[in-house]
Design a protein around this ligand. Structure first.
Ligand SMILES: Nc1nc2c(ncn2[C@@H]2O[C@H](COP(=O)(O)OP(=O)(O)OP(=O)(O)O)[C@@H](O)[C@H]2O)c(=O)[nH]1
Length: 211
């Protein structure tokens, strides 16, 4: 059967336990929301196909457990992802503080270039808010990331954040391919020049044998 998409990318969701990673993913892939908190065990994933700039992109989104005890398992997946959504909960200051740790873990456990965005989830809960939008914007800016405040429960900015990260990954991928083709072109040009040079080197006269 012909492939139904042009690219397959892997995205990773990281953040403290309870910030709403599973709910965000469920909202995005199944348009559903659950008020219960059933902690993810290790890692889980869901797939979705998106259309980005006329290109069909299939994303495999890994929802990691925020609990410390699973981190040996989840860290093994960092290296296979092309994009990361760092999530904190706007009603939980500590989860915001811990973003620095999640970012440094990704730096430590990956070698590839990753596209990243920062998300402050549960923006619907204004009564319990502990982290302002301005603080989120500033933190994202300090990492050079784009920032979204989301609500999985009220469906605010959920598809926008997943789609934006996918777009960033696609753009980075296209840039890499262009760079690769560019260096291949210049290599071939150089190789062509070398060949031309060799063909213009005058041939030395053949010595005749005196014997
Ligand atoms: N008010 C509000 N509550 C939310 C929102 N998103 C998630 N929650 C609630 O937050 C709790 C935790 O959500 P989960 O999605 O299970 O959290 P998680 O980050 O996946 O947690 P781990 O799997 O333990 O890492 C649940 O009770 C959700 O109902 C939101 O946008 N607004």
């Amino acid at each position: 059967m012909a492939k139904q998409y042009d690219f397959l990318f892997r995205l990773l969701m990281l953040g403290d336990s309870g910030v709403g990673k599973t709910c965000m993913l469920r909202r995005f892939t199944e348009s559903d929301f659950d008020t219960a908190h059933i902690s993810t065990i290790g890692i889980d994933f869901k797939m979705k196909t998106l259309e980005v700039d006329g290109t069909k992109v299939r994303v495999q989104i890994w929802d990691t457990a925020g609990q410390e005890r699973y981190q040996t398992i989840t860290k093994q997946y960092y290296r296979r992802a092309q994009g990361v959504i760092f999530v904190y909960d706007v009603t939980d200051k500590l989860s915001f503080k811990h973003i620095a740790k999640w970012v440094s873990d990704v730096d430590e456990y990956t070698t590839q270039k990753m596209e990243t965005i920062l998300v402050g989830n549960k923006c619907d809960d204004s009564l319990r808010r502990e982290v302002s939008k301005n603080q989120g914007t500033k933190l994202a800016g300090s990492y050079g990331m784009e920032f979204f405040e989301t609500s999985a429960s009220k469906n605010i900015n959920i598809s926008e954040s997943f789609e934006r990260l996918t777009e960033l990954v696609l753009q980075a991928h296209k840039r890499d391919v262009d760079n690769l083709l560019g260096s291949l072109d210049s290599y071939l040009d150089k190789a062509g020049l070398e060949e031309d040079k060799e063909s213009t080197v005058p041939h030395l006269p053949q010595r005749s044998c005196a014997c």
